[in-house]
Write a protein that binds this ligand. Structure first.
Ligand SMILES: Cc1cc2nc3c(=O)[nH]c(=O)nc-3n(C[C@H](O)[C@H](O)[C@H](O)COP(=O)(O)O)c2cc1C
Length: 422
């Protein structure tokens, strides 16, 4: 059988372009309303997507927001949102991002057990160690713990949560769990029947060597950036080696890179549409967005001057190696800060952006799958809900006709949908 394509809808805020909310087919005013989440959840389910995904955001936006437009991209609490969306959908998976750095395993395991139970087994957990250093301020700390210790805690955190889920019994009897690690201490019980899926699907999104080691040991699905097909192949090969070395089956782990897309009836029209959306973002907004993603306030810098690489490396709140990797090449090219920022916003976190027709996109997706670049895609619509509607109405039928996307859901749980055994 030809390899099937897995599809996730990353429905962050009102879309993945900072300027997307200004598009005529965007509905930014709706993102605080249940009607909006009901309609986009049902839309993704109509497209037979495996799952919806929401990120988290633990830092206060106001701390870094200097332009009023930033308020237009809110991140609501992912578990609360997905529980609500689970009530108005029947099959689609519900993957929520929750940090292992700032919470405790018993409380997190309890919340995912609730989500899994009330949705008949559709929960997934995107396990993050938290991206933004300013998050520490909201948890009574001056700074975020160092990355390797965050990942060491994440290992124990997930182990403890899994032991707790595994302890739930079909007869409803609670078996007490005692966990003693270096970072985690837990004495807990989980009353009630076993979870419909046993455990929620474990998802991971970290990129560093520590992040990849963690994913190799625990993840059942991986969300990553892959700017080109070759990057996707290299990442998947690397992860397959690491997963095999960890004693697990690489084919059982689904790799789901991000994919933004701008669709139109011809390639020229799609490019023009993309440029028009980018033009809706003023330069100051793009520079602020870039500043947030590199942990360095760029406000005082002239947009017409080159990227202030040395200042950024000396002053970033993020790990210097990550920022150097990201900015080294563009800085060396001499591109002006304003122009780089305006281009950067279209590839949040280095994800690929496709511009073309629905048929070209369907062909591209099939080619990536057949080339071993990934097992599916995490769609990141540039603006919402218009661009997602175009995908569901025009690309999904092409993938189904090509025999690459299911016509219906195979079973009640996210594990059934993704073909991942408990
Ligand atoms: C595609 C993608 C999405 C992510 N989403 C979030 C998020 O919503 N919240 C968060 O705190 N971190 C998020 N992260 C960050 C990572 O999961 C990770 O915790 C962080 O990047 C530090 O680890 P790393 O250096 O191994 O990437 C995301 C990362 C990627 C690649």
């Amino acid at each position: 059988m030809t390899k099937q394509i897995h599809l996730w809808a990353f429905l962050q805020g009102i879309g993945h372009y900072p300027s997307g909310w200004r598009h005529a087919d965007a509905t930014p005013e709706a993102v605080f309303s249940m009607d909006y989440y009901k309609s986009v959840g049902q839309l993704a389910e109509r497209g037979r997507f495996d799952s919806i995904v929401f990120g988290d955001q633990l830092q206060s936006r106001g701390a870094n927001g200097h332009t009023p437009e930033r308020v237009a991209i809110p991140t609501l609490d992912p578990i609360a949102l997905l529980a609500a969306m689970g009530a108005v959908t029947e099959h689609i998976g519900l993957v929520a991002t929750v940090s292992t750095t700032y919470f405790e395993p018993e409380a997190v395991a309890e919340r995912f057990a609730t989500l899994d139970r009330i949705t008949g087994g559709r929960a997934g957990w995107n396990i993050v160690t938290t991206a933004h250093p300013a998050s520490a301020w909201n948890f009574g700390q001056d700074e975020m713990p160092e990355k390797s210790s965050r990942y060491a805690r994440a290992h124990e955190f997930v182990e403890a949560a899994c032991e707790l889920w595994d302890s739930a019994e079909t007869d409803g009897n609670a078996v007490p769990v005692q966990y003693r690690g270096q970072h985690i201490t837990m004495d807990a019980t989980m009353p009630g029947p076993a979870l419909p899926q046993g455990r929620p699907i474990l998802v991971q999104a970290g990129q560093s060597p520590d992040g990849r080691a963690f994913a190799a040991a625990t993840a059942e699905a991986i969300f990553c950036p892959a700017p080109t097909k070759e990057d996707g192949i290299a990442f998947r090969n690397d992860m397959h080696e690491r997963i095999a070395a960890a004693g697990r089956d690489p084919e059982a782990v689904k790799i789901m890179p991000g994919l933004s897309f701008i669709l139109a009836d011809s390639e020229e029209e799609a490019i023009a549409k993309d440029e028009a959306i980018l033009d809706l973002a003023d330069e100051a907004l793009c520079i602020e967005y870039l500043g947030e993603s590199i942990g360095f306030w760029l406000g005082g810098h002239d947009p017409k001057e080159p990227i202030p690489f040395d200042d950024i490396v000396a002053g970033t709140e993020f790990p210097v190696a990550d920022i150097t990797r990201m900015l080294e090449k563009p800085a060396a090219s001499g591109i002006a800060l304003g122009e780089f920022a305006s281009r950067h916003v279209r590839t949040p976190r280095g994800h690929t952006v496709f511009r073309g027709t629905p048929q070209q996109l369907a062909d591209r997706m099939i080619d990536w799958i057949d080339s071993g670049a990934c097992d599916g895609f995490t769609l990141q619509p540039a603006y919402m809900p218009g661009e997602l509607e175009i995908f569901v109405d025009q690309v999904v039928p092409l993938l189904q006709k090509a025999g690459r996307l299911r016509l219906d859901y195979p079973g009640p749980t996210l594990r059934d949908t993704m073909g991942i055994a408990a």
